[in-house]
Design a protein around this ligand. Structure first.
Ligand code: NAP
Ligand code: G4F
Length: 341
């Protein structure tokens, strides 16, 4: 019998990499997609249409984690062994504009899934996509599983609820429910409004004369950036560990947004120089042409200035470690983008 996995959020960056990973492991993969006016499955079209459809290993269903009926009906019908909850309004800045919707998706979504597990089959294993944003205004660096949370956005606050409701269902109902506390992870499939992909796309276009300028917010913010492909392997390892638990997944290194820009420019052999400070900071190509400026609208109302994770526990217990560093991540993102231009 093949193992059945159900992924909420299959059409996102992580959903696409996780589906591919689980299909390779021999799972039958079911995924939940939302109805939208434009087709939103481009990240998984390759595996859905070509390699796996004929063998009937990947199945898509309409649903929404804000709709309790769809959540429980799908779990009842599909009877998965493992559920991965990746569904979220996952943009921190957008969560300030849509705080209630963000809470409904990010905080109550996992509650609805856990409640359906409790009702239908307590043996279903549950993975919750936790976030390093929960550490927010950090109490210590690097952050580990015992570092207290100090969330700084409606998104991060909702993720803190999701974290604790997962722990609570584990302790109250003896459900195999685990949290992955994942630090930022990127890839060629990253959404275009997250800073890494925004930088990669813009600099590639500027290089070939298709774009003039890139506008950014706080270029001093530091993040611990890994590759999404490494991180979905960790999700699977977390659910296949002998007991449910919570794990930090990170690289243990962090860089500023400005350093990320410099590394992408280096990869593209663009010579850039920075001048000015704060909102007036600008980057010039070959010392003459201004190609990057900062804009107030891209600054956060409450910023998370620095994040760096300690993945020692995952390394020791799950035998997981990141296989790619920042340069390898940037190579992958830039090379994939250049092919599109
Ligand atoms: P993403 O690309 O934004 O994907 C989010 C997924 O959730 C998409 O499939 C989206 O569907 C779906 N979704 C949104 N609202 C939904 C709803 N109401 N019902 C059902 N599905 C819904 O995010 P990601 O980068 O893959 O991240 C996956 C998860 O990990 C998220 O929960 C995110 O918060 C968390 N996380 C991400 C990172 C990171 O650095 N990437 C780090 C820590 C935690 P559409 O395609 O239709 O929009
Ligand atoms: O790329 P970002 O939007 O990612 P952020 O806010 O760290 O959130 C991502 O990672 C979290 C894990 O820690 C996930 F939970 C979450 O779902 C998401 O995937 O911004 C990174 C940093 C921020 O400090 C932001 O202020 O880059 C700074 N930044 C500077 N200019 C910008 C920009 N961010 C965006 N999106 N756009 C800018 O123009």
């Amino acid at each position: 019998m093949k193992k059945i996995a159900l992924i909420f959020g299959i059409t996102g960056q992580d959903g696409a990499y996780l589906s591919k990973f689980l299909l390779k492991k021999g799972y039958l993969v079911h995924g939940v997609k939302r109805r939208s006016s434009l087709i939103n499955t481009y990240r998984i079209d390759d595996i859905y249409q070509d390699k796996f459809k004929s063998k009937k290993k990947l199945f898509l269903h309409y649903g929404d984690v804000t709709d309790p009926l769809s959540v429980s009906n799908l779990i009842k019908k599909i009877k998965p062994a493992e559920i991965y909850n990746l569904a979220a309004q996952s943009h921190v800045a957008v969560s300030f504009e849509t705080p209630e919707y963000t809470a409904n998706t990010v905080a109550l979504g996992p509650l609805r899934i856990l409640d359906a597990i409790k009702k239908f089959n307590k043996k279903i294993k549950f993975y919750q996509a936790g976030s390093s944003e929960m550490f927010g205004k950090v109490f210590e660096t690097p952050q580990n599983e015992k570092t207290p949370f100090y969330p700084r956005s409606p998104y991060a606050i909702a993720k803190v609820y999701a974290h604790w409701i997962t722990v609570n269902f584990r302790e109250s109902y003896n459900i195999f429910a685990s949290n992955g506390i994942l630090f930022n992870h990127e890839s060629p499939l990253r959404g275009e409004t997250f800073v890494t992909q925004k930088i990669v796309k813009a600099l590639c276009k500027i290089k070939i004369g298709k774009q003039k300028k890139l506008y950014l917010g706080n270029v001093y913010a530091k993040r611990d950036w890994g590759h999404a492909e490494d991180y979905v392997e960790a999700m699977w390892k977390i659910l296949n560990y002998k007991k449910p638990d919570d794990f930090i997944i990170s690289t243990g290194k962090h860089y500023s947004v400005k350093q990320f820009v410099n590394l992408v420019a280096k990869k593209l052999q663009m010579k850039i120089t920075w001048k000015g400070k704060g909102i007036d900071e600008k980057a010039y190509l070959d010392t003459k042409k201004c190609i990057i400026e900062c804009k107030k609208e891209y600054f956060r109302l409450a910023e998370v200035n620095t994040l760096k994770g300690n993945y020692y526990k995952a390394k020791k217990l799950l035998k997981w470690k990141p296989s790619r560093d920042i340069n390898s991540l940037i190579n992958d993102m830039v090379e994939s983008e250049l092919k599109k231009n």
